[in-house]
Write a protein that binds this ligand. Structure first.
Ligand code: ATP
Length: 552
């Protein structure tokens, strides 16, 4: 059965994974709350990342495929930083999207996300509504998410606006608004829900950073920004880290934290939100070795998602083409997932792995950098000949005391979104199968096949009936699991089949059932969510057994 976004969103709401923010007031577009199970799931995603990148990293051995051993450390920086940080990083000048407003519906759109189709009418037609336009070609924007729905939607709207008799003579072509918005006559664009073509305004740039004011008496000059990425806090602290802990280049600094982008069109559930969490790693290395480190991190990060259960057929590693690269980047690859809201064959970004050269550290030393005609990075100059946005002036180079060499390290940046990863794990986990119920009739079972490391609850302890000492024995097992730090759940309400289904639907990998035999021989049944296999295990070894399974 196909996993659709509607099913995933409904389950998230029904089972308390994700709610709309401020729902009782009608919600706020682009903001989401994680419910009791969602918060555990997302925390497990972040913990898995932190543990695999930082806590469990062994700095004295060479990981498979790594050029050499290296250290990993962490930071937790403030969300609001000195405004100069964003001027120097380029976000102040460059972090923009093109957007357009519909004068009629008052809706706002991001140009690169608008899709539509050209419809053409025969020149011979003498229609009053068409005759006032210079051409008889119109670009009809659609809100639809799939090509089929797009065709239907366009046909419907064309019929409504131009009259039924033209329907068969249309020529179809799917395009986005990019390019079109600046080169073509916007008078011939029919916006979603607009009743006439030509209601869109000229596209304009829109900075995605949220502005705020620092201090009670703050004026316009005290404007600060909510960070649009966590990375800059790491660059700004590079020297602090080098000076205070025992690290030598190559090494990495990790950070997990909230970022904010005033996205013009937040959409697709949590995929594009205005407040989200990032898991960023800045890896500092010698310029001569940076290409090898880039390949290492790109491949390792791709493998991380596979290890946690995303399927290869829905996960792709896409190297950017040369013309797609940022001006400072030697190479960038995106790790992408085939989310159910995308068209067949399309993928959405989960994480970007970028080779950033020495762009960031140099910018914070010298000021905002731009590439000159020969391809060299130099500070961008203002009209007075001085750097347009001055850097800190601090020396952020690194001295290798063994090689007796000073250099500005290159940076490899794997930058992941905690919310997008969580959403991908949710979409991947969603499964439906057919199972007989108590009466032997086939029923659709919904189960979330989360990797045990990610599952919000690892074990549910279920006394078969609420008597004969079964609840007491169940509680004892539940408490032993809790004491071992294993997220467990105790449930003695309703029929056992119903309780199993409830646990399947929230992705609990194992159920332990206490029955009549348990009291005699101190064993319980261990039921597997995915295979439905049940076997008896000793109560004395159950905590070890679960601990063992969680390590796999
Ligand atoms: P996109 O092209 O989808 O806007 P991006 O290339 O701007 O993303 P980056 O700046 O590379 O994204 O940010 C790194 C990661 O942060 C992304 O891969 C994604 O997982 C996450 N991220 C970025 N923007 C958002 C958002 N609006 N909502 C949720 N996650 C986001």
């Amino acid at each position: 059965m196909e996993t659709t976004m509607d099913k995933v969103v409904a389950l998230c709401k029904r089972r308390g994974f994700i709610f709309q923010s401020s729902e009782i007031y009608g919600g706020l577009n682009g903001f989401w709350d994680y419910g009791p199970l969602g918060v555990e799931l997302k925390r497990n995603v972040k913990d898995a990342w932190w543990r695999d990148m930082v806590t469990n990293h062994d700095e004295f051995s060479v990981p498979p495929s790594a050029p050499q051993a290296f250290a990993m450390t962490g930071l937790d920086c403030s969300i609001i930083m000195h405004p100069q940080v964003w001027k120097v990083s380029g976000h102040f000048d460059l972090f923009c999207d093109y957007m357009t407003d519909c004068r009629e519906t008052k809706r706002r759109y991001r140009i690169d996300q608008m899709r539509g189709r050209w419809v053409e009418y025969p020149r011979a037609t003498q229609d009053e509504r068409l005759s006032k336009f210079a051409t008889q070609r119109f670009f009809i924007i659609t809100d639809a998410d799939t090509p089929e729905a797009g065709i239907e939607d366009t046909a419907l709207r064309a019929r409504k606006f131009f009259g039924r008799q033209y329907e068969k003579e249309m020529k179809w072509q799917s395009e986005t608004m990019i390019g079109l918005a600046r080169t073509d006559d916007l008078r011939h664009v029919l916006a979603p829900d607009a009743s006439e073509p030509g209601t869109l305004t000229e596209p304009r740039e829109f900075n995605l950073m949220f502005k705020t004011i620092v201090g009670a008496r703050g004026g316009a000059d005290d404007a600060a920004f909510l960070r649009p990425e966590t990375a800059q806090g790491i660059f700004a602290n590079f020297k602090n880290v080098c000076d205070t802990v025992r690290v030598r280049v190559p090494f990495g600094i990790c950070q997990i934290g909230k970022s904010f982008r005033n996205e013009i069109t937040p959409r697709n559930f949590t995929f594009r939100s205005r407040e989200f969490e990032q898991m960023e790693l800045e890896f500092f290395c010698h310029p001569k070795e940076s290409r090898d480190w880039y390949t290492y991190w790109r491949d390792r990060r791709y493998q991380w998602y596979l290890n946690l259960g995303l399927k290869r057929e829905r996960l792709q590693l896409r190297d950017h083409a040369q013309d797609e690269l940022s001006h400072y980047s030697v190479g960038t690859a995106d790790i992408e997932y085939a989310f159910p809201f995308l068209e067949k064959g399309e993928f959405g970004e989960l994480e970007g792995v970028a080779h950033r050269g020495d762009f960031d550290l140099r910018s914070h030393m010298e000021g905002k950098l731009v590439r000159d005609a020969e391809g060299h990075l130099n500070p961008e100059l203002g009209p007075d000949g001085k750097p347009k946005h001055a850097g800190s002036g601090k020396d952020l180079s690194y001295f290798d005391d063994q090689a007796r060499e000073r250099f500005v390290p290159h940076v490899i940046e794997p930058s992941a979104g905690a919310d997008r990863a969580t959403l991908a794990f949710i979409c991947e986990a969603y499964t439906e199968d057919q199972q007989p119920d108590e009466k032997g009739e086939m029923q659709t079972r919904v189960l979330m096949k989360f990797h045990p490391r990610l599952a919000p609850i690892k074990v549910a302890v279920l006394p078969l009936v609420k008597k004969d000492g079964m609840p007491e024995m169940g509680l004892e097992i539940y408490r032993a699991l809790k004491a071992a730090g294993i997220a467990s759940y105790f449930d003695q309400q309703a029929a056992i089949g119903k309780r199993y289904r409830r646990q399947d639907e929230i992705g609990t990998p194992w159920c332990l059932t206490v029955d009549g035999q348990s009291l005699q021989d101190k064993t319980v049944t261990l039921r597997d969510r995915d295979t439905l296999e049940q076997r008896r295990v000793s109560v004395d070894t159950i905590v070890d057994e679960i601990t063992q399974r969680l390590r796999q």
